[in-house]
Design a protein around this ligand. Structure first.
Ligand SMILES: Nc1ncnc2c1ncn2[C@@H]1O[C@H](COP(=O)(O)OP(=O)(O)OP(=O)(O)O)[C@@H](O)[C@H]1O
Ligand SMILES: [Mg+2]
Length: 290
């Protein structure tokens, strides 16, 4: 069997390429996974706003998933923006049937621009039908508040309590990990928490000073999906996914995409390596043809 994992994203399209399936495919490609994508919704979106969402017919989402799984071995799935309850239901039914070995659920509810990306009925369906299928869930702080039916954590001590309460949500599988992302807390010190009901793993970091953080959440969840088949366990995949995301955020200002929150630089390492190769080749060709 080939060592190259096949990763699937089921999510929305962000035409600006910073989030959604386009970002997920760049992430899979950068991290050594072959990328597949099932489109669950279209959006009209730039780096500043989401101006429209177009659902895909639920039966057609089921058909996309079943047709793909009929032929392609899928090693990891990332679920992102779904938009509405019927979409959530279609994805949950198809994945329950296909039972992929690893699923990361990014419970996308609100865009960085503040626009809603999942309606109320969709939240209820996600809780009941999708949470049980996840091996990792990756809520940000406002999403944690919605899942816990209260306000989101606003301090680090509240984050620990929220991670514990999230892990206790009844529909979660016993082995499911909660990755609670703390990017929304103010201040220079960042904290993400990874908790499986037993081990509370603190993942601290420093906030990089850039406005180009569009799609950090999408990128992190797809990086975990790409890396899990290549790592011994979930903590190793999450740790390496975060380290790689940090480098992608650090390189984000190299890109010039839009006037709002621009994308992170998913291909930073590949382009840097290709640039070095190109430089070496041009030195070599000058020597040959002076
Ligand atoms: N400026 C930053 N510098 C370094 N790390 C960051 C920064 N912003 C976010 N992160 C990290 O990026 C990851 C995504 O976190 P965040 O809380 O922003 O998710 P999100 O709100 O779901 O993102 P999105 O709005 O893209 O969906 C987390 O690991 C967080 O710690
Ligand atoms: Mg997010």
């Amino acid at each position: 069997m080939t060592a190259i994992p096949n990763a699937l994203t089921i999510a929305g399209v962000d035409p600006s390429g910073g989030a959604g399936v386009l970002a997920d495919l760049k992430t899979f490609s950068a991290l050594g996974a072959y990328g597949c994508a099932v489109i669950a919704a279209l959006t009209a979106q730039n780096t500043r706003a989401v101006t429209g969402v177009q659902a895909v017919a639920p039966d057609f989402i089921r058909l996309q998933i079943d047709t793909l799984f009929d032929d392609v071995r899928i090693d990891a799935v990332k679920i992102g923006m779904l938009g509405e309850a019927a979409t959530v239901r279609a994805v949950a039914e198809a994945l329950a049937r296909q039972a992929p070995p690893f699923t990361v659920l990014d419970p996308v509810m609100v865009a960085k621009s503040g626009d809603a990306l999942l309606d109320r009925a969709g939240v209820a369906t996600l809780r009941e039908a999708l949470l049980p299928l996840a091996d990792v869930i990756t809520p940000n702080l406002p999403e944690a508040g919605v899942l816990l039916e209260g306000r989101g954590p606003e301090t680090k001590p509240e984050m620990y309590r929220a991670a514990e309460r999230l892990r206790n949500l009844q529909p979660l599988a016993r082995h499911c990990w909660v990755l609670l992302k703390g990017g929304h807390l103010p201040g220079a010190e960042l904290l993400d928490l990874l908790f499986d009901g037993d081990r509370m793993i603190e993942l601290p970091g420093r906030r990089l000073d850039t406005k180009n953080t569009h799609g950090t959440g999408c990128t992190l969840s797809s990086a975990i999906a790409a890396l899990r088949p290549q790592r011994p366990d979930v903590p190793a995949a999450v740790t390496d996914a975060r380290a790689w995301l940090l480098r992608a955020i650090a390189a984000a200002d190299q890109l010039d995409v839009g006037r709002g929150h621009g994308p992170v630089h998913h291909l930073h390492a590949l382009w840097a390596a290709a640039g070095q190769r190109q430089a070496r080749q041009s030195v070599h060709s000058k020597e040959q043809y002076p």
